[in-house]
Design a protein around this ligand. Structure first.
Ligand code: NAI
Length: 341
């Protein structure tokens, strides 16, 4: 495709700018034309505007409808709602899709992990509804609605069909959370009736965690409420080699339009920021999903192929994956491989 795309880029904090630069260079080497609208969010936005999510950034997202976002730091202090949670709520990014699949030559306890976590992204304790009853007692509300539960369960089945997956499992703790998780489970069971050709399963979240560290290959697509999705997807990132390589897509609808935000799963890693040693793979794989979303499939395939070749060779790797190379060396190796494709 020769189309030019307008995309909002949040370079983020900590290692964000370094890994963003790497990803922009790699995408640009494929020939895809993107006008990056660079916007601030997180700590750097707070320092400039006194707000972690300035209006300029929201306006850019409203205009472009697609965001590539590097990790941000939430300034320490009371009253700062997480930028991620704010963005998900504002643009109703209701589905958080987090794939976990082994990468070539990355040694992990299992070599046959290939599962997708679909996390409800707007409700549960992330709705931020808490009240102080007295000095020693807090009530935290686990918001669960039929509308959002049905929507995410339906999305999981649609995802399964589009990606030729065979099974969708629902993860809850409905034996204890009889009302909230009970409703989520009920909605799942209702939605399954629309999709008789997809296999289904029901599993409690504690059992799921045990099964994942014993036999992860038994799982295919798993849909779950927000908090379980947050925790279980980090566990799954660990199954395939750690946070540095995990990626995600946040999909939603706002004012009748489709919106999507692509980001790595990891945080801003302040301990290694500015050292040119961060692994850009998580953000790069998020960007590959973004390229597929905008129908730049050839570029997406090239990047995936080059990245997998770098891993297969195992010569140029960042230190989180046992290598000795810098972010720049890793980036240049991918670009050199793209040029040969
Ligand atoms: P973190 O994910 O930033 O770091 C955890 C560990 O993983 C650190 O040792 C770090 O060096 C390493 N690591 C993370 N990404 C890496 C990469 N790409 N390459 C190599 N090593 C990597 O988690 P932490 O320390 O809990 O959070 C730091 C900050 O990030 C906090 O302010 C937190 O709020 C924020 N955060 C932001 C997220 C986002 O914007 N999506 C998600 C998670 C945390």
């Amino acid at each position: 495709m020769n189309k030019e795309h307008n995309i909002t880029l949040i370079e983020g904090d900590g290692i964000g700018p370094e890994i963003s630069e790497s990803v922009i260079k790699i995408i640009s080497s494929t020939g895809v034309k993107i006008n990056w609208d660079k916007c601030l969010a997180g700590n750097n936005a707070y320092l400039k505007y006194g707000k972690v999510l300035p209006d300029e950034t929201l306006d850019s997202i409203k205009k472009n409808k697609i965001v590539l976002k590097a990790p941000v730091t939430t300034p320490i202090g009371e009253g700062f709602a997480s930028v991620n949670v704010q963005l998900r709520k504002y643009f109703n990014l209701y589905a958080n899709v987090r794939p976990s699949k082994n990468l070539p030559n990355i040694k992990t306890p299992f070599n046959n992990v290939d599962l997708i976590i679909i996390r409800e992204n707007t409700e549960d304790i992330y709705a931020g509804i808490e009240e102080k009853i007295d000095e020693n007692t807090i009530h935290g509300i686990k918001l669960t609605t039929k509308k959002a539960s049905e929507k995410i369960c339906d999305y999981a089945f649609q995802y399964a069909i589009k990606n030729k997956r065979k099974e969708v499992g629902v993860v809850t703790k409905a034996n204890i959370s009889k009302l909230a998780d009970g409703l989520f489970l009920k909605c799942f069971r209702e939605i399954t009736k629309k999709y008789p050709n997809i296999k289904t399963r029901e599993i409690l979240v504690d059992n799921l965690c045990m099964q994942l560290v014993v036999n992860p290959s038994q799982f295919d697509v798993l849909v779950m409420p927000n908090l379980y999705g947050d925790i279980v997807s980090d566990l799954c990132a660990g199954l395939i080699g750690g946070l540095g390589i995990a990626y995600s897509a946040n999909i939603g609808e706002f004012n009748g339009d489709n919106f999507a935000l692509f980001e790595a799963v990891h945080g801003s890693a302040p301990d290694i920021a500015g050292k040119n040693i961060a692994n850009p793979t998580g953000l790069l794989r998020s960007a590959v999903e973004m390229l597929k979303y905008i129908n730049e499939h050839e570029a997406a395939e090239k990047i995936e192929k080059a990245l997998f070749t770098v891993f297969e060779e195992g010569k140029i790797l960042t230190s989180d994956l046992g290598g000795k190379n810098t972010t720049n060396e890793f980036t240049n190796d991918i670009i050199n491989k793209i040029k040969t494709l």
